[in-house]
Structure formats: structure tokens, C-alpha cells
Design a protein around this ligand. Structure first.
Ligand code: FAQ
Length: 353
């Protein structure tokens, strides 16, 4: 996996303690308005949500509930798949075999997460192929965070710590979502994300107690990833058009701002424990709310990145398109294999072996 043009390596120190290496140089947008629902069925559905029952694929559901799930789950699946790219960029440059194995396993896990969630989305009556076409033609969204470059080995640690850390905060809540297939996928995914977070934190902690240059590399990385990590939780609640439906129907159990605050509260102590700072001069503990207050997020940057104009958006999509094209022979072979087996099954007994 070669690095994208946006990812020219800035620093090339490893996290080996006390050792410095030389510096080298639309989504599925159903356009038609959702049909008016039968009020009786809608009331029954909402009563089930109120009783905290899980909605399963064959159950009746309002069309708007289905569309919201397809939108959110497909964006999530795309995020997992695009999310392999920034980290994949460092597989060939991991400093030790142990680090390489950990990173390979993590990147493979992300592919698996994408697959579970695509499968979950298909239970809502959409075809994975259509979702992937939407990703490749640029009409689907995926998480803004993956449009930032990985410039140093420390970024691999920081992604595990902060990005997976943010994902866990968000997805622990989604493990209680009202839609069964999504909630169940989240349970398993969160277990794996916990491993990712720990291995990332361990990389950053190792760097932070290394040489001054290693520590500076870790700090530089945290400085670059902190604010984009906060943006992962989405816009402020007042600017979040989807939260109304999602909360009403038990998909989101906590709001974007609540989850962001929880993430900040958890992360401040973790940064302190490894003697790194978070790049926010306004960060301070609020005795009244018992939360850590933080400074203003640059929402212009957020919307620019979401709109396709972040540091690596173009490279990410180009990499996914290339992977799709390069994989055409695998899909063709799988189809030919399936057709051959179907023909054998249909043949009279004793025919083809
Ligand atoms: N990036 O109305 P809301 C991971 C869009 S997985 C891009 O608040 P909602 C694992 C939003 O889609 C990370 N777009 O939306 C990993 C909407 O646009 P639309 C992904 C964003 O759905 C780690 C518009 O803005 N996780 O990290 C973002 O209520 C390491 C208005 O927003 C998930 O997808 C954003 N950050 O809340 C993998 C979790 N934020 O669709 C590899 C599931 C918002 O109307 C390596 N998703 N937008 O055109 C969610 O929890 C929610 O969908 C939110 C957004 C919280 C992301």
C-alpha cells in the first residue's frame, strides 16, 4: 500500500525506546419523499421502541426509519473501509515485526467491520453493490477523520488512541440501537476497537517516554489529530438534522455533543498519564458540570472536509477506485465459480462431478 500524495512522511522516528532512526527524507439517498405511514402501524412501532424492543429485518418499520438506517449504516461501513487507507500507509514502515503484526491485524479488523456493517445494511433491502458505487462516485459520505494524512509513525498510535477511542464512545452507544443487526454488529466491533485503542495508546505512551525527539513526534501527532477527532462526533446538536429521527426511534441514544463531551472527559486524563498535552488552551475542568470545557471547533474546516475538500479526500477516493478496479477479476472469478456450482446443482444426478 503506497502512501498517498497527501501523506509525505514528515518524521521517521520509530517508537523503539531510546532509539532514533534517521530522518528520511449518497450515500443511499432515496430522493422520493418517504410515503405517509399507516398511523396504526406507526403507533405500534413506536410503542415497541418505547418498550425497548429490538426491531428485526422482517418486522414492519416506517420507511423513514429504514432510510435513516441505510444512510447511517452505509456511511459507517464506508468509513471502516476508507479508514484502512491512512493506517495501511504504514504497514511497510512499521518499526518492528511486533508493530507490523499489530497494525496488519488492526487494518484487517477494519475490513471485517466494513463487511459486517454492509451485511447489516443489506438486511434493509439494499444491495451492497449500489452502496459501493455511491462511495466510488463520491455521492456517499464517510467519516471526515480519514481525510487527514498519516505523516509519522506516531500517527498510527494516535489513530488507535484517539480515533478508535472516539469510535468506541460512539459505538458503545450504538450497541444499544433499536435495530438488531446494527446493534449486534456494534457489540463485536467494540470489542475489537478496544484492542485497537490499547495498542495505539501503547505506541503513543512508548514514544512519549522515549527520547525528546520521539516525544516531540508524539506531541506533534496529537496536536494534528485532536480537533479532527472531536469532529468525528458530527455537528453540534442544534445543527444536526438527522438527530431528531434517530433519537426518536432509538437509534442514537445520546447526542453528538453528549458523546463528544464524554470523549473529552475520558481523554484528558489519558493524555496527562503519558505527559502529553491536548492542543486546546481553553481546556479546563468545570466544577459545576464536572465536565472538561473545551474550545471552539472549526466547523468551516469540518464542512470543507465533509464536502470533499479535505487534505486527502481525492487520494482516498482514488485509492478505493483503484482497489475496486484491481479486484474486478476476483469478483468475476467468484461469479463464475457460483455459476458453475449452480449449474452442477441443477444437473441430473451423476452428471458433472
Ligand atoms: N464525517 O445530522 P448529523 C471508525 C454528516 S468508524 C462525515 O449529525 P448523524 C472506526 C452526516 O452524515 C467512524 N460526515 O448526522 C475506525 C450528515 O450528512 P447526511 C465512523 C459527517 O447521522 C477507526 C450531516 O453531516 N463512525 O472510526 C460527520 O445524525 C480507525 C449532518 O450530521 C460512524 O459512522 C463526520 N464526522 O450523526 C476505522 C458511526 N458527522 O447523511 C478505521 C455511525 C456528520 O445527512 C480506523 N454514525 N456528518 O448527508 C453515527 O454515529 C452518526 O452518523 C454521526 C453523524 C455521529 C457520524
Amino acid at each position: 500500500m503506497g502512501g498517498a500524495a497527501c501523506e509525505r512522511v514528515r518524521w521517521y522516528f520509530t517508537d523503539m525506546p531510546y532509539e532514533i532512526h534517521e530522518k528520511k527524507g449518497s450515500q443511499p439517498k432515496d430522493k422520493a419523499p418517504a410515503p405517509a405511514e399507516d398511523p396504526k402501524r406507526l403507533a405500534e412501532f413506536e410503542a415497541r421502541i418505547a418498550r425497548d424492543e429490538t426491531i428485526e429485518p422482517k418486522d414492519w418499520m416506517p420507511e423513514r426509519y429504514r432510510r435513516q438506517l441505510v444512510r447511517m449504516m452505509s456511511q459507517h461501513a464506508h468509513s471502516e473501509v476508507v479508514g484502512m487507507l491512512p493506517e495501511g500507509n504504514w504497514i511497510t514502515r512499521a518499526p518492528t515485526l511486533r508493530r507490523k503484526m499489530g497494525l496488519l491485524a488492526k487494518v484487517q479488523d477494519e475490513a471485517g467491520h466494513g463487511l459486517y456493517i454492509y451485511c447489516g445494511t443489506e438486511t434493509l433491502g439494499v444491495d451492497r453493490h449500489d452502496l459501493i458505487v455511491q462511495l466510488l462516485n463520491g455521492t456517499a459520505k464517510y467519516s471526515s477523520i480519514f481525510n487527514y494524512p498519516t505523516l509519522s509513525w506516531a500517527d498510527i498510535g494516535t489513530i488507535g488512541w484517539l480515533v478508535d477511542g472516539a469510535a468506541i464512545v460512539n459505538q458503545t452507544m450504538l450497541a444499544k440501537a433499536s435495530y438488531g443487526p446494527y446493534a449486534r454488529a456494534m457489540v463485536r466491533i467494540c470489542k475489537e476497537e478496544n484492542f485497537h485503542k490499547r495498542q495505539g495508546y501503547e505506541i503513543v505512551a512508548t514514544l512519549a517516554r522515549g527520547t525528546p525527539a520521539q516525544k516531540a513526534m508524539a506531541q506533534d501527532s496529537v496536536n494534528r489529530w485532536w480537533w479532527p477527532s472531536l469532529m468525528m462526533f458530527g455537528p453540534h446538536d442544534k445543527d444536526s438534522p438527522n438527530s431528531g429521527d434517530l433519537s426518536k426511534w432509538g437509534i442514537k441514544r445520546k447526542s453528538n455533543d453528549e458523546l463528544r463531551q464524554r470523549f473529552v472527559n475520558l481523554t484528558v486524563a489519558q493524555a496527562k498519564a503519558i505527559d502529553l498535552t491536548l492542543p486546546d488552551p481553553e481546556l479546563r475542568f468545570n466544577e459545576t458540570t464536572k465536565d472538561w470545557d473545551f474550545g471552539a471547533i472549526d466547523w468551516d474546516e469540518f464542512w470543507r472536509v465533509v464536502g470533499g475538500d479535505g487534505p486527502c479526500n481525492r487520494e482516498r477516493l482514488a485509492a478505493r477506485r483503484k482497489a475496486h478496479d484491481d479486484g474486478a477479476w476476483v469478483r468475476a472469478a467468484a461469479e463464475a465459480h457460483a455459476a458453475k456450482h449452480a449449474a452442477h446443482r441443477g444437473a441430473p444426478s451423476g452428471a458433472a462431478a
